[in-house]
Design a binder for this molecule. Structure first.
Ligand code: OFO
Length: 164
């Protein structure tokens, strides 16, 4: 059985994963609008991935016999300076999510809720991959640059990334 505090935090994470999905979906629309089809596809796929993160926690909360609650989902940012800003934002966002997951793990451990601790290990590994992925995109942008054909090349590269 989940403690009151852990239930509250897990439900907050459900809402946050919804926000992640909306953020990436909104970013994909910005990319599409700018003709950056590769990045638009990648971000749209990633938005779907975030929905699966949400669903996993939603189901876990329900499986414990508790009530999963979806709170108000914050409106995502809609305008960006350029593609670099989009991916700086994604990287910063993922680092924030990692800190929220770590917080959850910390609470589960301190409450000796080993079932939830075990459940959260998937998210710990996932966040490692997510940060690595978005950092690698930033590194690519830095190497290739966004000037002239660089933007076309980087967009194609991003479009070729497959989401696991
Ligand atoms: Fe991008 O990992 Fe969930 O939020």
């Amino acid at each position: 059985m989940l403690s009151k505090n852990l239930l509250k935090k897990l439900n907050e994470q459900v809402t946050l994963e919804f926000y992640s999905s909306n953020l990436y979906l909104q970013m994909s629309s910005w990319c599409n609008h700018k003709g950056l089809e590769g990045s638009a596809k990648f971000l749209r796929d990633h938005a779907n991935d975030e929905m699966s993160h949400m669903q996993k926690i939603f189901s876990y909360v329900q499986d414990t016999g508790a009530l999963a609650i979806i709170d108000t989902i914050e409106k995502p940012i809609i305008a960006f300076e350029n593609l670099l800003e989009v991916f700086v934002q994604t990287y910063e966002h993922e680092k924030m999510i990692t800190s929220k997951i770590n917080e959850l793990v910390d609470i589960a451990l301190s409450e000796k809720d080993f079932s939830t601790f075990n459940f959260l290990q998937w998210y710990v590994a996932e966040q490692h991959e997510e940060e690595k992925l978005f950092k690698s995109i930033l590194d690519k942008i830095e190497v290739i640059g966004l000037d002239g054909r660089g933007l076309f090349m980087i967009d194609r590269e991003i479009g070729n990334i497959t989401i696991h």
